[in-house]
Design a protein around this ligand. Structure first.
Ligand SMILES: [Zn+2]
Length: 307
């Protein structure tokens, strides 16, 4: 691990001029993670893989400006064509630069629910105030041109990239692995030291998926959707957040608590354990409420598309 860190190259970038939007971190031969600054424009982490005859990009940020900056950084490293973009799920903070890479020639690939939900379910992800411009942007997002149900293999010459669906975070999530380098891009199936957004989540399925991912990928370098580059212990820590949340909500429900009283009963404990994590004030109370809905069977999930 020490030698890997020593080989790490950090590049600080800013499209907004105010805050660096992301940092590039080399995590394998020809493999880079783009770790965002939470206060910048980029939103969710991205990354890219350079193969023999092309490049695959994983996620495209929540704004086209840092997406253009990322394309510029790739161009400094290789003249090879951008063959693929893989969207790890449909949420706006991972897909709003798709047009930048499609214009550069990339084929966008994702699990089929990404295509079904990108232009509709993302309306609820917009920060207030809602404007006609923001809504129109979501309704014209560049959709995947190739979709799949459970998994797909992509090839950059001899370099194989495996993309596999896991339920839990939204019902549209994929994990992107590069087997020759033991690198796994998890999208928002993994959050490091950040409280997750559970708006579309099924935490029961998510805990099971995290167990499956550990079995499927073993010792790897894990890139989360939010937070810095992670390891196997970080996967366990995140799993514990979800499992403990479920257990505590279930306990309060068994004691007859519901609604805001249930949220207020659990929030201080959550804060003492996870108050230092990013997004605590954004998502912690909602996580309690949404998990309560899930356990009661009243939670609204994005509708499964007909096909
Ligand atoms: Zn995200």
């Amino acid at each position: 691990m020490a030698s890997r860190l020593a080989a790490t190259l950090l590049v600080v970038l800013s499209a907004s001029g105010a805050v660096p939007d992301f940092q590039l971190q080399k995590i394998g031969s020809g493999i880079w993670a783009a770790i965002v600054n939470d206060d910048g424009l980029a939103g969710g982490n991205a990354g890219f893989v350079i193969g023999d005859d092309g490049v695959a990009v994983i996620d495209t940020f929540q704004d086209p400006r840092p997406a253009k900056a990322l394309l510029g950084e790739i161009r400094k490293l290789t003249p090879l064509p951008i063959r693929f973009v893989i969207n790890t799920h449909y949420h706006l903070d991972h897909v709003n630069g798709n047009d930048v890479f499609a214009a550069a020639g990339a084929t966008i690939v994702a699990q089929r629910n990404v295509r079904a939900w990108m232009r509709t379910e993302n309306i609820k992800m917009l920060d207030p105030p809602m404007t006609p411009e923001k809504k129109a942007r979501v309704q014209s997002l560049t959709l995947p041109a190739v979709d799949f149900d459970s998994h797909i293999e992509l090839y950059l010459g001899s370099r194989r990239i495996n993309v596999r669906y896991y339920p839990g975070h939204t019902g549209s999530d994929s994990v992107v692995s590069v087997p020759d380098a033991h690198v796994v891009f998890c999208g928002d199936m993994l959050w490091k030291e950040h409280v997750p957004n559970l708006i579309d989540s099924s935490t029961k399925a998510w805990v099971d998926s995290l167990d499956a991912m550990q079995k499927d990928y073993g010792p790897s370098t894990w890139v989360p959707g939010h937070g810095g580059v992670a390891n196997a212990q970080d996967v366990l820590t995140f799993r514990k957040y979800l499992a403990d949340l479920r257990a505590e909500v279930r306990r309060e429900q068994a004691a007859g608590e519901s609604g805001d009283a249930l949220v207020q009963a659990l929030l201080p404990g959550l804060k003492s354990n996870y108050g230092k994590w990013g997004f605590f004030s954004d998502y912690a109370a909602a996580d309690i409420e949404q998990t309560a809905q899930e356990l009661l069977g009243t939670k609204r999930l994005p509708p499964n598309p007909e096909r």
